[in-house]
Design a protein around this ligand. Structure first.
Ligand code: PMV
Length: 330
């Protein structure tokens, strides 16, 4: 039996992936760009028994760290992805998977990105194969979580709308220390999966218009990261965070990921800017708000979010180096 453990972080998109050309292969309609986080991560141990024909086992750790059999909603996509990787590597056998998240799952905090990135990388290691970064990214993406393609890399990462659709590095985490102060206003699973949301996106009358802006936004994001220009990057981050939700709310049928608390946090972030803090908000497919800021403003941003009644919990995260194998097995 071969065994491997990988911890992979979540990521927060500055330019959002929303809408697919091919849902099963996760070919995006548009490019995206994100910052890989440091603390919000999934740790996954994969054990592989070659030639065994028993069913795969999928375990999930509870809040205390005790492993339990995962429910079907979690286990099914994991087993589907294991099948994909088994076929890709052409290695018959059976897997035992155990996973633990350091943050609430399925609430728009990117647990599928970190989870499927960790699963893909730990499985490849357990199979004793380590393809190049583009292939690792492409394999992670095919899990059904497109944004997992970006979580196999650290720092700032682009997922271009190109031929091979693999994520590529934009800058390492050491290039620019940005923080992500996450205002958790909701820990329940999101009402509509992003898989469904991607498919509804083109039904929004504003979707084609959005697509037309993205090449220029990608260029601006890349240039402002290269120049460490937060005055330029910040407004783009917030425009993208809001525009994703304009598309979801105007899709047919509409999807409302925001809660009243989301708007309250957005108002406080605008007030922070009036008070001279460099803080810009973005939301993925969920109600929680990621407030991106430079390190010197992080303590004040965190304190102001923490003092809000509407905020259950504040997670202080920031740009990180990407997946690691330097962790204990589960
Ligand atoms: O990774 P998916 O397929 O679950 O899609 C999520 C996409 C967003 O998080 C909403 C945006 C992004 O680019 O990460």
């Amino acid at each position: 039996m071969a065994k491997a453990t990988v911890e992979a972080p979540s990521n927060i998109a500055f330019v959002k992936y929303w809408g697919v050309e091919d849902i099963d292969r996760a070919i995006p309609r548009a490019p995206s760009l994100s910052m890989t986080l440091r603390r919000c991560a999934s740790r996954t141990t994969v054990a592989f028994t070659p030639d065994a024909d028993t069913d795969d086992t999928v375990l999930m750790a509870d809040a205390e760290g005790t492993l339990h059999p995962a429910d079907d909603g979690f286990a099914e996509p994991v087993v589907q992805h294991l099948n994909r990787l088994r076929t890709w590597a052409d290695r018959p056998g059976s897997f035992r998977v155990a996973t633990q998240n350091s943050f609430p799952a399925a609430a728009g905090l990117g647990s599928s990105a970190s989870g499927f990135s960790a699963l893909t990388l730990a499985t490849l290691k357990a199979l004793d194969t380590w393809p190049d970064a583009a292939t690792r990214s492409a394999l992670a993406r095919q899990s059904g979580s497109g944004s997992a393609a970006r979580s196999v890399l650290g720092g700032y990462v682009a997922w271009p709308h190109g031929d091979n659709h693999a994520a590529e590095p934009v800058a390492p985490h050491t290039h620019w220390d940005l923080r992500d102060v996450i205002a958790v206003v909701e820990t329940d699973p999101k009402p509509v999966s992003s898989r469904e949301g991607h498919q509804r996106a083109p039904s929004s009358p504003f979707y084609e218009k959005r697509l037309s802006h993205l090449p220029e936004r990608m260029q601006t994001a890349r240039a402002s990261i290269a120049a460490r220009d937060f005055d330029r990057l910040g407004p783009l981050i917030e425009t993208e965070g809001v525009e994703l939700h304009l598309i979801t709310m105007s899709s047919q049928p509409p999807i409302y990921y925001w809660k009243p608390a989301t708007l309250k946090v957005l108002e406080v972030v605008r007030a922070m800017r009036s008070d001279g803090l460099a803080a810009y908000a973005t939301m993925d497919a969920g109600a929680n708000v990621h407030v991106i800021c430079p390190p010197e403003d992080e303590p004040q941003v965190a304190a102001r979010l923490d003092s809000m009644h509407a905020v259950h919990m504040v997670i202080r995260d920031g740009v990180g180096p990407g997946p690691t194998t330097d962790v204990d097995p589960l």
